[in-house]
Write a protein that binds this ligand. Structure first.
Ligand code: VGL
Ligand code: ZN
Length: 192
């Protein structure tokens, strides 16, 4: 697949405290991806390549919350500790943060929905995107789908994603991404 080059960009999807063990909507073993993501971040940063971090950024009365008739317990309420990136995630100060699903009436699993992500990627000259994060079958999958729809070449960081429903979706989600045209890779593929 070749080494990193100009036109490559890293996208971390929703690596936020509420989606980690101890959070309000935890992804099992979600914490395991943090040291791996730190290696990807350091590698892209060392190459001077752009890094994006999407975040769920909900109002406290968001439509996806149980009390509003939605499917999820309250999570990632804007500007609360649960919505913050974990302290163990080593993010350079010049990354691009993309907030999503920040109005009460609409949910968004994709980092591209109603955000500036596509425009930012374009302005960086990105055409290959490397996507990891949580959760695999919701926000990572939908971000991958949109990236393909917007004609980026998409690489999924298979060593840096975790599913919300492990037994149901482990493997199945990766298989779907592969079928849609994304290429699963591991860290070693970028440094070998
Ligand atoms: C997500 C459920 C609700 C995700 C966000 O980031 O995958 N899942 N909101
Ligand atoms: Zn959400």
């Amino acid at each position: 697949m070749g080494k990193l080059a100009a036109g490559d960009a890293l996208i971390l999807v929703d690596v936020q405290n509420d989606f980690l063990p101890g959070g309000s909507l935890p992804v099992p073993d979600g914490n395991e991806i943090i040291p791996v993501l730190n290696r990807y971040v350091a590698l892209f940063h060392a190459h001077g390549l752009p890094i994006f971090a999407t975040r769920d950024w909900h109002p406290s009365d968001h439509c996806s919350f149980l009390q509003q008739g939605g499917p999820w317990p309250p999570h990632c309420v804007a500007a609360t500790p649960g919505a913050a990136f974990p302290a163990s995630l080593e993010l350079p100060s010049d990354i691009h943060i993309v907030s999503k699903a920040s109005t009460p009436e609409k949910d968004a699993y994709s980092g591209f929905t109603d955000t500036e992500l596509d425009a930012l990627l374009r302005s960086c000259g990105a055409h290959r995107v490397f996507i990891g994060g949580i959760s695999a079958e919701y926000c990572v999958l939908n971000t991958v789908k949109d990236a393909l729809r917007y004609h980026y070449a998409v690489y999924v960081l298979k060593d840096a994603i975790r599913a919300m429903h492990v037994s149901l979706n482990h493997g199945r989600t990766l298989e779907e991404m592969r079928r849609l045209g994304a290429t699963p890779i591991r860290f070693e593929a970028l440094v070998a």
